[in-house]
Write a protein that binds this ligand. Structure first.
Ligand code: IPM
Ligand code: MG
Length: 379
């Protein structure tokens, strides 16, 4: 029997291309795993009215973790139009399967390292090396939303006098998205950021929010971070507002080491940080819970490139490296990262985003080059 059971979810669009590339590398490394294909994505919404079928949830429950390519999400009207005719009018509502997976499996931590690998022509600066800890199940993406706002909800909100000005607009004209955060959620994500800093010899953790305006939720996050920080005397806690953080990350990204934020701010800041180290072609990510994890690069499904083997597989390969780390396969992780770093540093083989002169290589050619370099000694 194989050592690991991995749920294999290419998902939509280029998810297939990058997962095929990853498979080449996994097989070359003789990673001792059985891969169980699992259905997820747009196709299953259109055909079955469910982008995350029950059978997939069952597979996930029976595996150690999942590798996930990419997902297509479309606005409500388009989702309704593409649904199979026999399923229309049944009240089916599209939802993002990745957001649902995070909630269902309590994958509370979204870890997104952004490292400028030497020689990457897309680096904004060569000395960026930071990690984003994004709370993954609460906050603005917790999914508690209303449109129109039910009367009971509206009346309860009217306990706050600031609601008065909305009454005149009419309940049907109001939409409400909530930002519910718990002390436990804040504490867990901040603690993990500090633990990471401690383990990796980082000197600071920056908590990002907006407590001067979002006094209750932002305040909870920052106050909790201060409490947690007391347990880590050698590591400084920096507090920065989300807007200022966007500016500082452009101005002095090299100063930052570990960033921590709630769900939406973490989503925003992690794309910004990815842009500093080559963009989505290099942006890896892991959704981590206490018992399960889903490894999925930050990029989407890029439908226009679907099946063209054009996109950069590095994000998916670096995501696979994160899977090795999580499984405790440190040697595998180091070996893979060293090979990836070598291919980037050589600058000979690369997809269209990195290769400005000469013919760009395909997704699979880049993976094959990584395979060739698997023997390099980790730095
Ligand atoms: C991400 C993506 C997702 C998110 C979307 C596709 C739901 O932007 O993983 O960062 O916001 O979490
Ligand atoms: Mg995002």
């Amino acid at each position: 029997m194989a050592k690991y059971k991995i749920a294999w979810m290419p998902g939509d669009g280029v998810g297939n291309d990058v997962m095929e590339a990853t498979r080449l590398v996994l097989d070359a490394m003789q990673f001792d795993a059985e891969y169980i294909p699992a259905d997820i994505g747009w196709e299953f919404w259109c055909q079955e009215g469910d982008p995350l079928p029950e059978r997939t949830i069952k597979i996930l429950k029976e595996t150690d973790c999942a590798l996930f390519g990419a997902i297509t999400s479309k606005p409500r009207d388009e989702a309704d139009e593409e649904l199979a005719p026999e399923l229309r009018g049944k009240g089916l509502v599209y939802f993002s399967p990745i957001v649902k997976l995070r909630q269902l499996f309590n994958l509370h931590t979204n870890l997104r390292p952004c490292k400028a690998y030497p020689g990457n022509p897309l680096n904004y600066r060569d000395d960026v090396d930071l990690v984003v800890f994004r709370e993954n199940t609460e906050g603005m993406y917790g999914g508690v939303e209303f449109h129109p706002i039910p009367e009971g909800v509206f009346n309860a909100l009217c306990a706050n006098p600031k609601m008065e000005k909305f009454r005149a607009k009419g309940l049907d004209n109001l939409a409400l998205s909530t930002r519910i955060m718990s002390r436990q959620g804040c504490e867990s994500i901040v603690r993990q950021a500090f633990e990471y800093a401690k383990k990796h010899g980082r000197k600071s953790v920056t908590v990002i929010d907006k407590p001067n305006v979002l006094r209750e939720t932002g305040g909870l996050m920052v106050r909790t971070a201060r409490e947690v920080a007391k347990n880590y005397p050698g590591i400084e806690l920096w507090e920065t507002n989300i807007d200022a953080m966007c500016m500082w990350l452009i101005k002095n990204p090299q100063d930052y080491e570990v960033l921590v934020a709630e769900n939406m701010f973490g989503d925003i800041i992690s794309d910004l940080a990815a842009g500093l180290v080559g963009g989505l072609g290099f942006a890896c990510a892991a959704n981590i819970g206490d018992e399960y994890a889903v490894f999925e690069p930050t990029h989407g499904s890029a439908p226009k490139y679907d099946g063209l083997y054009k996109v950069n597989p590095m994000a998916m390969l670096l995501t696979t490296k994160m899977m090795f780390d999580w499984l405790g396969e440190a040697e595998m992780a180091e070996r893979l990262e060293a090979a990836i770093a070598k291919v980037i540093a050589d600058g000979v083989v690369g997809t269209y985003d990195v290769k400005k002169d000469g013919k760009p290589n395909t997704t699979l050619e880049v993976a094959q080059e990584v395979v060739k370099q698997l023997g390099v000694v980790p730095a």
